[in-house]
Ligand binder design. Structure first.
Ligand code: GLU
Length: 514
């Protein structure tokens, strides 16, 4: 019988979730959804030294923000709980004992100093079949001494007894069958009596087994651990439930070789975390995609394509489409360059998909920050203003720069354009324009544009100068959307008032620059 697809995202709460970790979570999720399977969230917090408060909450909030839904796990519950490893001590203890009883593991008492001495004495020292009998452990010491040490409360670890001379096969769906010799593996520590907790390796595979995980999809950095995990599955006699492995390629620096790091983000000015992170110890703040103004759909789409493609040129794909199209067949084995500029493009594209009303909602905090009382404007007005400028921006935050004149009168006029456009007699021409515009009640009238253009032609005025002077008076600078769209939205009173103010301030020309 085909096994039900069950995947897990198993982060360690050692800090903010890195964007590479988010991609791992996303690929797990897409694979689960595509196969009608389950997506688990397990928190691997067995390393108390590296535990960072707030990291677990951060992980959950990040997944929520991106729409990566969890079916089972921390924050959700389920039949295989608890899903936080620090709450599973009793379970692990039992499995550690099983390995000890079966002679697959042993107890070792070597102190950090003794281990250091062994490392200094032998080049490339490795705790394994060739050295273990020279160390202090339950294989090299008499049983009475071992019992006494334990009874006296000596600190110990449990080590996995790796048999040399074995070829260990890891079946990776991306890389095919990878074989390594067991001789290169060391007798990994599986449990530490000092914290009464297992290490990552034991907890990870015991949980994958108990939680019926069918596919282990994780970052390439875990590939070296995979042979050990295979051997542990065997040691427990769980070969039949061995998961399929997928080790995803690294995310690389945008401008070169090597793993993407937080420093690259600082250096090149892009976030490497989904959400802003406030380090509880140092107080440092690291920027996040959410706070930078990225839409979650854009981040998901962008990340999905870092290491995978749909087999054609399609770039814009919703979560539902990604769920349908995703496959490991089209995953690359080579690292993916973190093309963050492309991320901006995705955001731009998703922003255009939003209705003006939705964008207006997102724009409210920006208005407030800029000291505009949104209540002075109707929701329809705000939405229309956004509709006129949205094609020019990548982020909601950038809308202000392009739309501010809809909410604030120009405080000054851009000097260079004044000099160029507010030519001799321009004040008088603008007065004429006021006269013409006054004939109309409704500024949305399609008649205004031909009427104004007709007047300019009739009088033989310089089209560019007159229209740009008009724009300067209304906008404050020579940029923005179509002039008659602007005046239609501002309305008659506001447009005429701005023209009058400009005439008062800039005079009858030529340019009196302020
Ligand atoms: N706790 C590991 C991590 O932080 C999990 C690795 C795995 O998925 O096996 O990524």
């Amino acid at each position: 019988m085909e096994r039900k697809v069950r995947v897990r995202f198993a982060p360690s709460p050692t800090g903010p979730l890195h964007i590479g970790g988010v991609r791992t979570a996303l690929y797990n999720y897409l694979f689960a959804r595509q196969n009608g399977g389950d997506m688990l969230l397990r928190i691997e917090d067995t390393d108390s030294q590296r535990f960072v408060p707030g990291a677990e909450e951060y992980i959950i909030e990040s997944l929520n923000w991106l729409g990566i839904e969890i079916d089972e796990g921390v924050g959700k519950g389920g039949p295989h709980g608890p899903y936080r490893q620090s709450e599973r001590r009793d379970i692990y203890r039992k499995y550690v004992q099983e390995l000890l009883d079966n002679g697959k593991a042993y107890i070792a008492f070597d102190t950090p100093e003794e281990l250091e001495a062994a490392r200094n004495a032998t080049a490339n020292f490795q705790y394994d079949a060739s050295t273990r009998m020279k160390m202090r452990n339950s294989l090299s010491l008499p049983k009475e001494e071992v019992d006494k040490l334990i009874a006296d409360g000596a600190k110990y670890v449990v080590r996995f007894k790796i048999e040399p001379g074995r070829a260990v096969k890891v079946n990776d769906l991306l890389r095919g069958e990878v074989t390594i010799k067991s001789d290169i593996l060391d007798d990994k520590v599986l449990y530490k009596s000092a914290d009464d907790l297992p290490t990552y390796h034991l907890a990870n595979i015991v949980d994958d087994h108990l939680m019926e995980v069918s596919h282990v999809i994780r970052g390439e950095e875990w590939l070296p651990s995979a042979p050990l995990h295979v051997l542990l599955y065997e040691a427990f006699g769980w070969e039949d439930t061995m998961p399929n492995f997928v080790h995803l390629p690294l995310l690389l620096k945008p401008d070169g070789k090597g793993k993407l790091s937080k420093r690259d983000g600082d250096r090149l000015g892009f976030p490497v975390f989904p959400l802003e992170w406030h380090d509880p110890k140092s107080g440092d703040i690291s920027s996040g995609y959410r706070e930078k103004g990225y839409l979650p759909e854009a981040v998901v789409n962008f990340l999905a394509l870092l290491g995978w493609n749909p087999g054609d040129d399609t770039e814009i794909m919703s979560m539902e489409e990604l769920e349908k199209k995703f496959s490991f067949e089209h995953c690359s084995r080579a690292g993916a360059k973190f093309a963050y500029e492309k991320g901006k493009w995705f955001n731009h594209m998703y922003l255009q998909e939003k209705s003006d009303e939705e964008l207006a909602e997102l724009f409210m905090p920006v208005l407030e920050k800029e000291g505009v009382n949104a209540k002075d404007f109707s929701p329809r007005y705000i939405a229309k203003a956004i509709g006129l400028v949205k094609s020019r921006v990548n982020f909601v935050g950038e809308l202000w720069d392009h739309a501010k004149f809809f909410f604030k009168r120009p405080e000054s006029y851009e000097a260079k354009s004044v000099k160029k456009r507010w030519t001799e007699g321009m004040g008088g021409i603008m007065e004429e324009l006021i006269g013409i515009l006054s004939e109309y009640g409704d500024f949305t009238s399609p008649e205004i544009e031909p009427r104004v253009l007709g007047w300019i032609e009739e009088k033989g005025y310089h089209l560019g100068n007159v229209m740009n002077a008009f724009r300067l008076a209304v906008v404050g600078e020579c940029k923005g959307p179509h002039m008659f769209d602007i005046t239609a939205l501002l309305g008659k009173d506001e447009t005429l008032s701005r023209l009058r103010t400009a005439i008062n301030r800039l005079g009858y020309g030529p340019a009196v620059t302020e």
